[in-house]
Design a protein around this ligand. Sequence first.
Ligand code: ATP
Length: 619
Amino acid sequence: MSSNQTSPTTPAVLRFFGVDNSADKRGALYIFVLLAALLVTPIVVGNDFVYHVFITICLFAGLSTAWNIVGGYAGQLSLGHAMYYGIGAYTGMILVNAGITPWIGMFVGAAVSAVVAALIAYPCFRLKGPFYALASIAFLEVFHVLAIEMKWLTGGATGKMIPLQVGWEWMIFQDRLPSLLIAFGMLCFVLAIAQVIRHRRMGFYLIATRERESAAKAAGIPTVKVRIYAAAMSGALVSMLGTFHAMYLTFIEPDSAFDLIFSIQIVLFALVGGIGTVFGPLLGAILLVPITEISRGLLGASALGLHGFVYGVILMLVVVFMPDGVVSLLPKRARKALDPEQFDDTTGQPIGDTELDAPQLDPIQTKARPPLGDEVLKVDDLVKNFGGLKVTQHVNISLRQGEVLGIIGPNGAGKTTLFNMLSGFLEADSGSVVVMGPDGKPHTPKGVADFVSLGVGRTFQIVQPFAAMTVEENIMVGAFYHHPDVDSARRVAGEIATELGLGRFLHEEAKNLPIGGLKRLEVARVMAMRPRILLLDEVMAGINPSDLVEAIRLIKAIRDTGVSIIAIEHVMRAIMDLSDRVIVINSGAVISEGDPESVVRDEAVIEAYLGKEAGNAEA
Ligand SMILES: Nc1ncnc2c1ncn2[C@@H]1O[C@H](COP(=O)(O)OP(=O)(O)OP(=O)(O)O)[C@@H](O)[C@H]1O
């Protein structure tokens, strides 16, 4: 991929917008030409109707791009975004009636919308999939009813005219050109914000949260906060466009300001253009808006609703034939330029198109092992029950700096549950987990963020790659924890990938890695966070024998940097080779503890685990 090859000659302003190399510059040029055409075409044609169509394209492209920040990047399907459009429209109108210019009203509306979006988002982002979409529709309806009922302020169901004060101050004009300039300017503003968010840490955080929430949390991402930020930003931008549009139409009524169909249209343009991409919504609006406006303009009242039918057909075609949107239909060169993140610089192919015919990982470097240090983790009398099921029964663990503690036990013994409590994903019913902080003092962390801040990193039993990201970007998500700047996170990701033998796959889409590579990627992402204590949940499961040898060397190499490791493992060869100590859990309780050799000779262990799992013991 080209995006890591930054050019020192690129002007700072372009670098600010994530434009950093020749492919990025080509993409910026395409977008510049497209935007210039949006502005120049109506001016050249000079026809009022054409002006109207292009103003509407700018409006919807802006709305859809703003929606995409929460709907595409953060993956929260909101079908109630007209609510923010309505808030912006009504705030602008109310303030104009009070003698305040819509240029101020626009920002007041944006602030109100941001607060409303954050307030709605906070409880609702615990809802997923269709439930969040339904909740967003419900809130839209609440605002619709409020606009009807609060007659004294809104004019009620019949709506209200906006006083016809012509001039820039009031955003109302006799000609169409100034409205086009404002709509176009606002579209550029929204696109610029969407582009900056996508290429900064926030964009990575949003996409990681969308892809795998647990892994995102484990990487130190405040997942609720970043989604609320996205919702507030998206709501504010939609609201600003709402204020402008109210001035353009000079009339508002609740049915059209808080309209579900309008909300769906906003989503549709992003879906058709390419959801989650920066410029997809723009393409969607350019393609679809003229269909509505021309069918209205040419056929008038006889064609009411025709555009709904046409949209439906287009949506079906898009879903069936190009699920990634119109963006995916563009020639490869154009796609590469518009979204260079998705292309591999070495092969020039879209990421994911390359064949991993030789999935051999590079070998790992090792160093001499330092002596064990002081205690870094102490688990005291930990208990967890799920209803009547006793999953963790009075477990005590102690871990020293640079030590490897192996945890074994039959399936369902409660090992992962224990890990969840050692990383803040689950709260214990009783007992304590004490972590020595980097300050040398003992802490009792509560919640994932606390554990992460004390340097506890974990992997997951079922690998959790951010599938839509490359190997490099996956590791960057971890690296951001200490390196908020994209360039340094990219550099750190490159170094860690090389150290962990993933250098050759840096620009490969994570989902294309072989299972051994995916397990290594899990470790790489955590290592990018520079953990002091590493919890490895079955990182050897399912990997082939040569990868196993490398994985054991990898963990030893990590241990030798002074990191303390607790590894849940079924592969006895790895446990025997790696562990300084082993604890055996059965039915939630520790049944044996000691050095690996004595533990495997323990009758209780043979009875509860090794006898039954002889196959694994030979692995
Ligand atoms: N959230 C939950 N609610 C109810 N029961 C749960 C929950 N999570 C785990 N369990 C149950 O707790 C027990 C321990 O599960 P856990 O995943 O911790 O075992 P494990 O030792 O990691 O097993 P494996 O080796 O198969 O991964 C199992 O019986 C499991 O079904």
